[in-house]
Design a protein around this ligand. Structure first.
Ligand code: NDP
Length: 338
């Protein structure tokens, strides 16, 4: 089985030389173990944080070891009576073609567990995107953290990505005015196709503060923050009193080697009684059942759609990962392994 290991810790934008492809001999599964052939693995921005050697809410990746991350695979052999060959499972054993693991030993691990997927006809890779962690992130951030309420005008950055595109669609299906920011004409066209009211192409018009003020003359009530920097500055500038910000991520800072760009107007958060609340999706997994039910209905009713950008082969995984930071993904970035 082939796997991708972290060879060195990236400085700035990750390079191919930070990764290495290794081949391991996988034994037959041991007692209580299943053997899984991964079909899909996810690359996600948070993985960049795990490449730094520093304490965080998830431990750092170790040099010389396979990376980890969300994956969906098929059980090929099983010594666990609850799993049989052909079962589709999700796990955190991404970045590799096959793995052996004990579902029982991992069961207590929440999002780290090996979970049998009842796909209901939804393509299995969607469990790494729209019906998986990114979809849940959108749902939690918008409905719980930002406490979306009637009439809110919603601003979303990285709006064409895995999380952002679900945020936009949930807000639209609930009848809100939505403003999305993304880079490039293809993303603009996609966002318009899913009903986003105003799209800011921040690469074409980098003065996001002015652009947002133009398209939201009365201001915004909710900001779903994925990017940081000038996007946060724009959102604060256009925030109406008691606006709610869900601070989901600030991807523009993840490769920053110097001092990150900060919103110089953050002080307005005090005067406007803004609530800027960070959150981590893994602390809100209690919303998963309701999320899964709603999402299944919305997909069935054609109210939610999604895009995927796919690279083929585990050896392409580092490239796929780096593309998250150069914006070459539309929708969920995935690696097809089999
Ligand atoms: P995306 O699918 O949105 O991919 C990343 C996108 O970010 C790119 O396509 C690119 O789009 C944009 N981007 C990258 N660099 C920059 C930059 N310097 N400035 C502006 N935009 C940039 O990824 P996800 O949907 O998986 O993640 C989106 C955000 O959500 C991230 O910040 C991530 O860390 C966060 N997140 C947080 C979670 C939590 O629990 N808090 C859970 C999951 C995700 P474009 O071309 O438009 O620039």
């Amino acid at each position: 089985s082939r796997e991708i290991r972290l060879k060195s810790r990236p400085v700035g934008l990750p390079q191919a030389s930070n990764f290495e492809l290794a081949t391991v001999d996988l034994p037959a599964p041991g007692p209580d173990e299943v053997q899984v052939r991964n079909l899909w693995m996810s690359v996600d921005p948070y993985m960049r944080g795990r490449m730094y050697d520093r304490p965080s809410y998830v431990p750092p990746f170790q040099l010389g070891q396979a990376l980890q991350g969300g994956a969906v695979g098929e059980v090929v052999a099983s010594n666990d009576p609850d799993f049989k060959p052909g079962d589709i499972v999700s796990s955190m054993f991404g970045w590799r073609e096959y793995y052996n693991a004990s579902p029982k030993a991992l069961a207590a691990g929440g999002l780290g567990a090996i979970t049998k997927l009842d796909t209901h006809g939804i393509p299995p890779q969607a469990f790494l995107g729209v019906v998986g962690m990114p979809g849940l992130t959108a749902y939690v951030g918008l409905l719980r953290i930002a406490a979306l309420k009637d009439g809110d005008v919603v601003f979303v950055s990285a709006a064409a990505g895995a999380v952002g595109s679900v945020v936009c669609q949930i807000a639209k299906l609930k009848g809100h005015t939505v403003i999305g920011s993304a880079g490039g004409p293809e993303k603009v066209a996609f966002l318009k196709s899913i009903g986003v009211d105003h799209v800011i192409d921040y690469k074409a018009t980098p003065d996001v503060v002015a652009e947002l003020a133009k398209v939201a003359p009365k201001g915004i009530d909710v900001y779903f923050e994925n990017v940081g920097g000038v996007h946060l500055e724009a959102a604060i500038n256009s925030a109406r009193p008691f606006a709610r910000f869900a601070l989901c991520g600030m991807i523009s800072q993840y490769n920053e080697t110097g001092k990150p760009e900060g919103p110089p107007n953050i002080i307005q958060a005090v005067g406007k009684s803004l609530r800027l609340e960070g959150f981590i999706v893994s602390n809100h997994v209690d919303m998963f059942p309701q999320f899964a039910k709603d999402m299944a209905e919305w997909i069935k009713a054609g109210k939610i759609t999604w895009k995927e950008t796919v690279e083929e082969g585990v050896e392409r995984a580092p490239d796929a990962f780096v593309k998250l930071f150069t914006g070459e993904n539309l929708g969920k970035m995935l690696v097809k392994l089999a």
